[in-house]
Write a new protein. Structure first.
Length: 243
């Protein structure tokens, strides 16, 4: 009961106000900077504010393994809608998302995703999906930025699913390291089917970057398995509770 009252009278109104404020700045930035870099900056500030207001505390491990503003492919397990602001707020790199094509059709959200340079992936069209992966590899290679993917293909209940090979293909095409990331606690702070954020602790573990120099697309399966094994090992060491 107290949690619902907190949401209705405190967290909810603040989240709306913060979203209007940072969303407006994000919109302005999209017309001033076509690269999406300014939009990522505003998204970081919005995400940090959102987590603070929601009472979410993030504990990071292994963040020293990545170079700030370096170029990587980040591959993470996926538990909740809150995974996105957690990653944006805590990964010190300019990165773009590969997101399912349907999100780009949602009013307002789709506009911001397109203006921010994020890449739609039409899962129902294999050829179009390959083109999206190639485009992501080109962007990472030429712009020296990073991308973030959730290789499981959707949110899970905590059990790690088989990984799709898109993250490995992008890393190989761009010639950049692929970085495994393990998350726990996000499902508790924002349960499936709910937009209500519950105060709690989230754990983020950054794995050892895996180099891709000299690899070819034929190596994608082995590389994908290496990433999944690292994430599985890290999840076994992280607390499962968001308390």
């Amino acid at each position: 009961m107290l949690s619902w009252m907190r949401t209705i009278f405190f967290t909810g109104p603040l989240v709306v106000l913060l979203t209007i404020f940072w969303g407006t700045l994000d919109l302005i930035a999209s017309f001033l900077d076509s690269t999406g870099d300014w939009q990522h900056w505003t998204a970081q500030r919005w995400s940090k504010a959102l987590l603070f207001v929601g009472g979410v505390r993030v504990q990071l491990r292994g963040i020293d393994r990545i170079v700030p503003n370096g170029s990587y492919v980040f591959a993470s397990n996926h538990l909740s809608f809150s995974d996105t602001p957690v990653m944006i707020a805590n990964i010190p790199c300019q990165f773009r998302f590969l997101a399912k094509h349907g999100l780009f059709k949602i009013p307002f959200i789709g506009f911001h995703l397109r203006r921010g340079g994020h890449i739609p992936v039409p899962r129902e069209d294999a050829r179009a999906a390959i083109r999206a992966i190639n485009e992501a590899g080109r962007i990472v290679r030429e712009r020296k930025i990073s991308v973030l993917l959730f290789p499981e293909g959707g949110r899970t209940d905590g059990e790690l699913r088989p990984f799709k090979e898109g993250a490995a293909l992008i890393a190989i095409a761009a010639g950049v390291p692929i970085v495994p990331v393990a998350l726990t606690g996000t499902r508790q702070i924002m349960p499936m089917g709910s937009l209500r954020m519950v105060p709690g602790r989230v754990y983020v573990a950054i794995g050892q970057p895996i180099p891709t120099e000299g690899l070819t697309p034929k190596d994608r399966g082995k590389l994908t398995q290496q990433v999944r094994e690292q994430i599985e090992q890290m999840l076994a060491t992280l607390p499962k509770s968001a308390a």
